[in-house]
Design a protein around this ligand. Structure first.
Ligand code: NAG
Ligand code: NAG
Ligand code: NAG
Ligand code: NAG
Ligand code: NAG
Length: 656
């Protein structure tokens, strides 16, 4: 309890610090406004067209119907990608995309137009589009586009159909390489293996309710249901759950294939909206600064959203789930941080869901730009600061490294796990855009701890025991390994982990240190041995990998002092947490002396750091049942960023 309290104090002091600086600005503004009413709001409740609720939710803030992906219009009656339907019917048939079964070539063309950035169609907001070069497609010959749809022909060699493949061509315009996605006619028909054994829906039970694809694995056709459906005919809508719909639609609606169909009157993100506001006429609306107030934009599913990565698969690997957890915790936050009134908000969250477009190593630009374009066109808040009080969350390995600098993205606060701030990086792949500061800009961006699916009871038990000083000291005295690492090395990928794992592996191979355990490859140690070694070791290596590393979290969770070897990589919450108190930082250049350096650490320093790390580990915990302090630390870091902005906003307000 004591430990918990002191962390809470750190957070409270941070909030107070900013508060003191803003109060005086607020008085200046009020004085400048004279008698004009200030921040007086009234509720609005804009109606939607009748029929909206059949397929969608009514957004009473905008008076617009929220539709599932692929549907639009006042009652979600129009198809945005009609050739992606499986039947030629009018009405609200929903579409689902993945690459297991080929779709109509017109479907892919329509998606390309609708989902990719116009100036460079290699940047698309949809994972299937990233797989362009492996997509097969078919189309009916001599048939207009309106009559094309995505039902496979009975036979691949049906002479009334032709087949195509996605291809990407490079063109250079003014020295800039542009990638163009096209569909090329193929002479040679695909084999059934080429199209993942997909067969017409008519071969499957109940045509899989148009909610799956039909596959024939050796004589027996069966449905592969799209994410969100199950049953042998895909007729059962399942709560696709927390991954597809963060917060599980808050218990106020049903998550169907990534779309929350909310119970009236709710709408929006996690069906969490029921109220909307506007300033009363003549009242001057200005962000409320005494405390953090975040407004979450409720993005239309056609702009960005959670999508299947593959037919039937919407799963996000645990390591990348922080964007889901953060959103859930923000929706559920009852402390007043989240506001439904954007006029009083001082920070705006744009849920760009970029992970669903990029998966792990892709380019998030299209997802972010599409989201920003919608936000800037629909509300006045983005243009007010050029996005400086707006943030996106990019949880993929390389965070914001590939986010292109455009007017829409330039000022956004990027919340990521990877604080790589090296200039002019050349070795991280051609996608890397920014030469000035790499992936993280100090003073603008925030590094938060990655999501870690802790074995909660086990870790909690260890932690409870270690809270007793005698137990902690005995625990440290029992540690019989000086330094430990087990994981991928990748000698043939010099950029991996900045070369640290490779260099260490060579160094340690040439020497025999009885108190060092360093093993290449995940499979060398089973889960239990891995955890056992973490707790038996005094120091544990925390390098990065392809992008952010999770070893820092592993070490902290198991009461091992992290040895951070990540040149030029900002660590999670580094501007709030004092890292030298609980970790050791070593540069790559110092590697040859590493073992000596660790052996020379005095016992009392080891005890001090291990104790402190028992306190700090809470900043890395996302699970609400374990305190979920990673969320609070993320908010505290964001709040610090805002202190730079308040002056600018108030000045603009006074000038007005
Ligand atoms: C963390 O945030 C949650 C939600 O705002 C709040 O209930 C909790 O008290 C906070 N914890 C601390 C230690 O500040
Ligand atoms: C948020 O609230 C919903 C509805 O009460 C609940 O189902 C969900 O587990 C909560 N999520 C978190 C992260 O607390
Ligand atoms: C914000 O600026 C963009 C780009 O100049 C413009 O297209 C958009 O209409 C503006 N938004 C509003 C609400 O005025
Ligand atoms: C990055 O490279 C460019 C072009 O080579 C150069 O002009 C710039 O000074 C470099 N920036 C830094 C910070 O080294
Ligand atoms: C390790 O030893 C090998 C052969 O003895 C040598 O070629 C190599 O340079 C040494 N590596 C390091 C990092 O010292």
């Amino acid at each position: 309890m004591l430990l918990h309290k002191s962390l809470a104090n750190v957070l409270a002091i941070l909030f107070l610090h900013v508060l003191r600086r803003v109060q005086s600005a607020e008085i200046v503004l009020k004085t400048a406004l004279g008698d004009q009413p200030f921040n007086t709001f009234q509720e609005v409740n804009k109606p939607c067209q009748e029929g909206c609720l059949v397929n969608g939710n009514c957004n009473h803030e905008l008076g617009l119907c929220e539709c599932p992906f692929g549907l639009s219009g006042p009652t979600c009656q129009s198809q945005l990608y009609p050739a992606c339907r499986t039947i030629l019917a009018s009405g609200g048939q929903r579409i689902y995309l993945g690459r297991t079964a080929p779709r109509n070539c017109y479907c892919y063309r329509q998606l390309l137009k609708g989902l990719c950035l116009p100036d460079d169609d290699s940047r698309c907001a949809f994972h299937t589009m990233q797989l362009w070069d492996v997509l097969y497609c078919f189309q009916r010959m001599a048939t207009p586009e309106e009559q094309q749809f995505s039902e496979l022909p009975e036979r691949i060699d049906d002479p009334t159909y032709e087949w195509g493949r996605g291809t990407t061509s490079r063109t250079e315009v003014d020295g800039m390489v542009k990638l163009r996605k096209q569909i090329e006619h193929v002479q040679q028909l695909p084999t059934i293996e080429d199209i993942s054994k997909a067969v017409p829906l008519s071969r499957c039970k109940a045509r899989c309710y148009e909610q799956g694809v039909c596959q024939d694995w050796g004589g027996q056709a069966h449905c592969l249901c799209f994410a969100g459906y199950r049953g042998d005919d895909c007729s059962v809508a399942e709560l696709a759950g927390e991954q597809a719909c963060p917060g599980n639609c808050g218990g106020r609606g049903k998550c169907i294939a990534g779309f929350c169909k909310c119970d009236a009157p709710y709408w929006g993100f996690g069906c969490s909206r029921s109220k909307a506001y506007e300033p009363v006429p003549g009242s001057f609306a200005y962000p409320y600064f005494p405390s953090l107030k975040i407004y979450i934009y409720d993005m239309p599913a056609n702009v960005v959203g959670s999508h299947q990565f593959e037919d039937g698969d919407i799963g996000v690997f645990a390591t990348y789930q922080s964007f889901i957890r953060f959103e859930e915790m923000l929706i559920n936050d009852s402390s007043g941080v989240r506001t439904e009134n954007p006029y009083e908000a001082n920070l705006f969250y744009i849920p760009a869901f970029a992970y669903y477009s990029t998966s792990n190593l892709g380019d998030p630009t299209a997802a972010v730009v599409r989201a920003v374009d919608w936000v800037a066109a629909t509300f006045p808040f983005f243009n007010r600061t050029g996005g400086k009080d707006h943030f996106v969350l990019l949880s993929a390995d390389r965070g914001a490294c590939y986010l292109k600098t455009l007017p829409q993205t330039e000022h956004l606060i990027r919340v990521t796990h990877f604080g790589y701030e090296r200039h002019n990086i050349t070795n991280m792949g051609t996608l890397l855009h920014n030469t000035e500061y790499g992936c993280f800009k100090a003073g603008r961006d925030v590094v938060m701890s990655p999501y870690f699916k802790a074995k909660a009871p086990k870790i909690q038990e260890l932690r409870t025991r270690l809270e007793q000083p005698e137990v902690l000291e005995a625990f440290i005295a029992r540690k019989d390994v000086l330094f430990f690492f087990s994981g991928d090395i990748r000698h043939n990928e010099p950029e991996y982990s900045g070369g640290v794992r490779q260099a260490l592996s060579l160094l340690l191979a040439n020497n025999s240190y009885p108190d060092v355990v360093f093993k290449g490859g995940y499979m060398m140690l089973g889960g239990h041995d891995y955890e056992d070694l973490l707790t038996r070791s005094k120091f544990c290596l925390a390098p990065y990998g392809h992008g952010f590393g999770v070893r820092l979290t592993h070490a902290l969770m198991h009461a091992c002092v992290p040895v951070i070897i990540q040149d030029k990589v900002r660590q999670p919450f580094e501007d709030i947490l004092h890292y030298p108190d609980f970790s050791i930082r070593v540069s790559k250049a110092e590697l040859p002396r590493l073992v000596e350096m660790l052996r020379a650490v005095p016992q009392e320093d080891l005890v001090r750091m291990t104790k402190e790390n028992s306190r700090i580990y809470r900043a890395f915990i996302w699970q609400p049942e374990m305190g979920g302090l990673a969320y609070n630390f993320t908010l505290a870091s964001l709040w610090r960023r805002l202190s730079h902005l308040r002056g600018e906003l108030y000045e603009a307000g006074v000038r007005r």
